[in-house]
Design a binder for this molecule. Sequence first.
Ligand code: PLP
Length: 380
Amino acid sequence: MKFNTKTIHGGQSPDKAYGSVMPPIYQTSTYAQTTPGGHKGYEYSRTHNPTRDALEKSFASIENGHYGLAFGSGLAAIDAVIKLLKPGDEVISTNDLYGGTYRLFTKIFEKFQIKFHFTGMQDTQQIERCINLKTKLIWVETPTNPMLNIIDIKAVSALAKKHSVLLAVDNTFATPYLQRPLDLGADIVMHSATKYLGGHSDVVMGALAVNDKTLADQLYFIQNASGAVCGPQDSFLVLRGIKTLHVRMQRHCENGRAIANFLMAHPMIENVYWPGLPSHPNHQIAAEQMEDFGGMLSFTTKGNNYHKALKVVERLKVFTLAESLGGVESLAGHPASMTHASIPKAEREKTGVVDSLIRLSVGIEDIEDLKADLMQALEG
Ligand SMILES: *Cc1c(COP(=O)(O)O)cnc(C)c1O
């Protein structure tokens, strides 16, 4: 089955009870038993729920994995992965990381004596320097947020295999429409399904997909034991979102390209960070491991003025000033005052998060309206 069919049919079959084409929302916590232990595969909804099961099969299918797991949020999914580890274990993570992941690693799991190394991952030698006998996991996010750096998943996977270390990839920005980390050698792929998979900014959810049965069993155990599962209503919504993932992504990519080119040609713009631009430092790797380049991009304005950048995002009308990404509507953010405000200026500037940096999640509206909106906001 091709990807554009899997989004609609992958792991799905009409419901057994009445043949409903969409899986019903099984809004139930428990299931009747005929004798103790005599049930139809469902006992309690933290462990299993038919609507969530349908969604988990869809996650596995679109990521070319054998097993899928759904969680109450992206961070709950990451939390479950780190719970595979024990005190003394070490993790190597990309340094240009989603802020919530960084907070979970450093503020929660470091208390439990798990050690995290944060490093640039464009050069695999830098990763290898952090590997020792305690290293159990490499955590990759590509493209990164908000600088849109690209990490070579195949190269990191070869390194992980050489040292018998697990490789997990946060595939939230790319989605399986653009890149399938399991095919490139990753052991675990993770999503904030809140973003492109849900696609309509109406649900918070997380997902994992894996191929290995033992690893899947360990993760299912943690999912049930820790209990950070999602409800049936949200499962239904994300299943519905996934059915249009491929058409939405196609338009996100088209609009992303048009906005990147528009900004490149604008006299007030200093830098545009979009992996599809030949001038992007990791363009070659992006072209190899991604089908297209997505709708996430960042840019800076000349003069690097903090207050001017605030004015630009405040003047936007079609783009909404908001955190998050991946919905049908276009969003804009100012990392220096929003997502990265708690990081000291000198620290954040080292990774490129300068005062004038603006991040866009380009939606699927008419491109002329999006360009006109950016034009009036910049020139305002
Ligand atoms: C949003 C996001 C997360 C966290 O997911 P939640 O659903 O908000 O918990 C993790 N990684 C990336 C790249 C994200 O964008």
